[in-house]
Design a protein around this ligand. Sequence first.
Ligand code: 16G
Ligand code: ZN
Length: 542
Amino acid sequence: SFDKAKLANALSSHTLKSATRFQYGTAGFRMEASLLDPVMFAVGLLAVLRSKYHKGKTIGVMVTASHNPEKDNGVKLVEPLGEMLVQSWEGYATELANATSSADAITSALESIIAKEKIDLSQPARVVVARDTRPSGKALVASLVDGVQCLGGEIKDFGLFTTPQLHYVVRCINTAGTEDAYGEPTEEAYYEKLAAAFKKITAGYPRLSPLLIDGANGIGAPAMEKLGKYLGDSFAYQLVNNDVVSSGKLNHESGADFVKIKQTKPLGMDLKYGQRACSLDGDADRIVFYFTEEDGTFRLLDGDKIATLAADFIMDLAKQANILVQREDGSKTPLHIGLVQTAYANGSSTAYVKDTLQVPVVFTPTGVKHLHHAAEEFDVGVYFEANGHGTVLFSPAAIKAFKTSVGATPAAEKAIDALRALTELINQAVGDALSDMLLVEATLTYQQKSFAKWNSDYTDLPSRQEKVKVANRANFVPIKADTELSHPIGLQEKINEQVAKFSKGRCFVRPSGTEDIVRVYAEAATREETDRLCYLVCGLVF
Ligand code: 16G
Ligand code: ZN
């Protein structure tokens, strides 16, 4: 077994003293930073168990609260190939965090996980950790280190990283020396890989006008500055909201979440007609793009628009290259592309994908892990949440087809080269704002397409999102990929009744996984109807 005295001793500096109940949710643990110390210690313990479970493979820990205010922080675990922690272990994380109130409680919680998962404690344990720019991050990492070390695990601290960079190094470390080797596990190698792939795709095309980048005064800003050095002349940009030193600025009226929800440009950006812009979020795993019309109308190019742009581009290249994929039964068939969306996807985007692009669409509940798994079912699985979180996954068979295909014409050969470069450019571990930014810019450069042209693919239906405070959000039980509620009994029928009154009306209610509220989303044919539908349904929920 493990050294119980050592555990008790280590816990004594991290004992849970408040009555807080912790829960590992969609985004891991997330709350006010001052409450997180015992949680970090528990996550350190769990990371060791998870690594031993995987026979010593490296487990990642990211310390961030993404787009939340600066006073919050959070932590999530990353699996060996860079995915989110498997769902079956989320409960263990919750149990351990809540067991930090006493040595007895934590000892028995650990013993029970070890027994249930048949963990061989003689296996080595390796953990890597990184954090965003929040001032609370450094002390929280120290608490995590205590947890890891008291169970004899090794830990490497990468310091300040974007969330996708942490996922990237985890995947690199665990695939090193295999045929799926993902790259060197360093920050420099990450920039090099992205920049080289971007240059390959855009070589020979005129550069686009400079992109205004809102760094949300978070980790994405310094990361972008470093990436910019590797991109050199191939990419023109101007970074704003890059102050990671002054307190109170992180995500303040800026960043992808702010821009998406408020449908307006961030504080600190002067956006003129003719300019192109984007916003990262506080840990740089989300991105949205935008511009203004001549009359000042704000136009948002969100995750849905990124997904359709990417799917269309990849289909085009695959057609030009005449890519055929080797199947298990020996046959060779064209690339199978699919798109994964959530209930938050604008209804117009879904219609465009199905009817115009003629690409199948799968719906999953909110949260990256759900979309990611659904996307793995395709040769090319494009998944994006409307909020700008997503990526494109290539199956091993697709990658093999790109590697082995020979173009019949110079144009086909060029398309194959672009497809190969895309597999390098797009982060396969997780949605990545910097990688997604370059994906969009590479696509638009290759197609010499403006934001206005991109936006004209389809017109978003007006939409509105509201938060409602309720007594107990656990009473709201979502079904059918978050599109309906099974409980409270009768509420869904009332929502349906309202929706039926509106042209192109659609509305759903789901409990937030990250805040103590219920979210209401509505869309309809006009702005006025959308607002009214949203308001009516908020009234039903309250
Ligand atoms: C988390 C999810 C994000 C989702 C959001 C929904 C991950 C890494 N992040 O941030 O994908 O959109 O939760 O938040 O899965 P909500 O449940 O509060 O609406
Ligand atoms: Zn984020």
